[in-house]
Ligand binder design. Structure first.
Ligand code: GLY
Ligand code: MN
Ligand code: MN
Length: 488
């Protein structure tokens, strides 16, 4: 259906044959009639419990970090796919962190006042009966996209001032007396130009620093996302026999997880990876269009994004048959060893990169023992060597939160160069990836890819593995797989 549907339909003998018929909104008889006889119930705002106070606390932290500065962030808009059909909208994470709002086109302005900032959220109001947009705007008209809460309901739910986004251009709050207005990159360019706002590295850095330390509400959201993801792994394992027997392949397992993620959260937190056999070593195998090899290792990298938009990011490599081959097990055991040692370096006060170096050392030693390194372990581990990275060109972890690679634009010294602190949530995800055409490894290792990825919360005394409901040892994974795949 397209928005041209709101042109008048042809009469039996159109009086305007050969000429353009009037648009519906140009026909008073129609606009008068469609404006009448609609019931109206207020639509409540549906936010995950605790969203508004959590967002208010986030704003207080940002306010304290940037006193006296005017701050503007925006939700963004979905790219158009064709005509009035857009790609799925997903609000910008900085905006969601500050407001909890997931409304396309929304903007938040934080104006400095004595003692902090005053917040106004600007929203595109729904087009209600009586407005042309009600039937004529395919993106925001209630007849097209459904009814949604009005500004009053939003204001009550968020406990902040909420205004029509159309008022933003003339908003007094956008003038700044204390340096330029600081904007996130998502703030529309037209608005930035008309108010001399700058996409602010200072604001970006402050947001990244603050978002790296999760509060209790965020941790609860991440726990929920991880628990839902564990459920998704079980759902996928249960479908392995069918995906093999009926030839449904990786697509079926991808669809199984994504449906689970949509049902138990907002959706997948990133493009689901289902790589069977020779596809398992392909790091970003999001094509997911191959068969499930009955004897292959099956790499599943899948995360549920909660309704609050916090996401999990978990990987397990399962034996599709229920039992690893000796070569698969050999690779898995080395990755497990690397994973355990890396995770033991995740605790407060330890430099962020320690877990990375610990993981790499174990992998390099193992690869050397297998005769796969052309140099000594020390040479490989030296900054000028890195030959072991042939089998793992990716990193082995990252911060996790509203984005799967959370705070990825943070300065090096705030992220890689910083010490871990309580409240950090991060992944640890070593792996080994032997491609089918990698002639540097013996044939039995070719086409094996293994990754173990867990989500860890740094606590006051150490770390908690949020995803520990899934086993990490090969025997435990075999048992778990068989339990969820009854016909194996
Ligand atoms: N799934 C993306 C990652 O593991 O970083
Ligand atoms: Mn990851
Ligand atoms: Mn992952």
């Amino acid at each position: 259906m397209t928005h041209t549907a709101h042109q008048a339909g042809p009469a039996t003998k159109p009086p305007y044959a050969g000429t353009r018929p009037p648009r519906l909104h140009q026909i008073p008889a129609f606009t008068d009639y469609i404006a009448q006889h609609w019931g109206s119930e207020p639509i409540p705002v549906d936010l995950p419990e605790g969203t508004a106070p959590a967002a208010a606390a986030h704003r207080r932290r940002l306010s304290a970090a940037l006193p006296g500065r005017t701050i503007v962030a925006a939700a963004g808009t979905a790219p158009i796919r064709n005509d009035d059909c857009a790609y799925g909208f997903r609000a910008d994470s900085d905006f969601v962190w500050l407001t909890g709002v997931q409304v396309e086109g929304a903007v938040v302005v934080m104006t400095p006042v004595s003692g902090g900032h005053e917040t106004t959220v600007y929203l595109p109001p729904p087009f209600r009966p009586g407005e042309d947009g009600f039937f004529g705007n395919a993106m925001h008209g209630e007849l097209w996209v459904g009814a949604s809460p009005g500004l009053t309901e939003w204001s009550r739910a968020l406990d902040v001032a909420v205004r029509d986004v159309a008022e933003l251009d003339t908003s007094a709050g956008l003038s700044s007396t204390n340096g330029p207005v600081l904007a996130t990159a998502v703030v529309p360019e037209t608005l930035r130009r008309s108010h001399s706002m700058e996409v602010s590295a200072e604001l970006g850095r402050a947001l990244a620093q603050l978002r790296m330390i999760k509060d209790d509400w965020e941790i609860a959201q991440l726990r929920h996302a991880v628990d839902a993801s564990v459920g998704g792994f079980a759902a996928v394992a249960g479908e392995i026999p069918r995906a093999i027997d009926e030839g449904l392949g990786e697509r079926w397992l991808q669809g199984t997880f994504d449906r689970h993620a949509r049902t138990h959260g907002n959706g997948p937190g990133y493009s689901t990876i289902v790589g069977s056999g020779p596809n398992a070593p392909v790091l970003h195998w999001t094509r997911c269009d191959g068969p499930i090899r009955p004897d292959g290792a099956l790499l599943l990298d899948m995360g549920v994004e909660a309704r609050s938009l916090y996401t999990a990011d978990v990987t397990r490599t399962l034996p599709a048959s229920g039992t690893f081959s000796p070569a698969q097990r050999q690779v898995h055991d080395l990755v497990e060893k690397s994973h355990r040692i890396a995770m033991s370096h995740v605790r407060p006060g330890v430099n962020y990169l320690d877990f990375h170096f610990a993981a790499m050392e174990v992998l390099a030693e193992g690869l050397h023992d297998w005769g796969l390194l052309p140099v000594s372990v020390d040479e490989a581990l030296s900054p000028a060597g890195q030959q072991h990275r042939r089998y793992i060109v990716c990193g082995v972890g990252h911060h996790l939160g509203l984005d799967v690679h959370d705070c990825s634009k943070a300065e090096w010294e705030d992220y890689m160069g910083a010490d871990l602190q309580p409240g950090v949530v991060m992944t640890v995800e070593p792996g080994l990836y032997f491609h089918t055409n990698d002639l540097s490894v013996p044939p039995e290792l070719r086409g094996i890819g293994v990754r173990l990825e867990d989500d860890l919360l740094v606590t006051d005394t150490g770390a908690e593995v949020l995803s520990e409901a899934l086993p990490i040892d090969a025997a435990g994974i075999e048992q778990w797989t068989r339990r969820h795949m009854p016909s194996a």
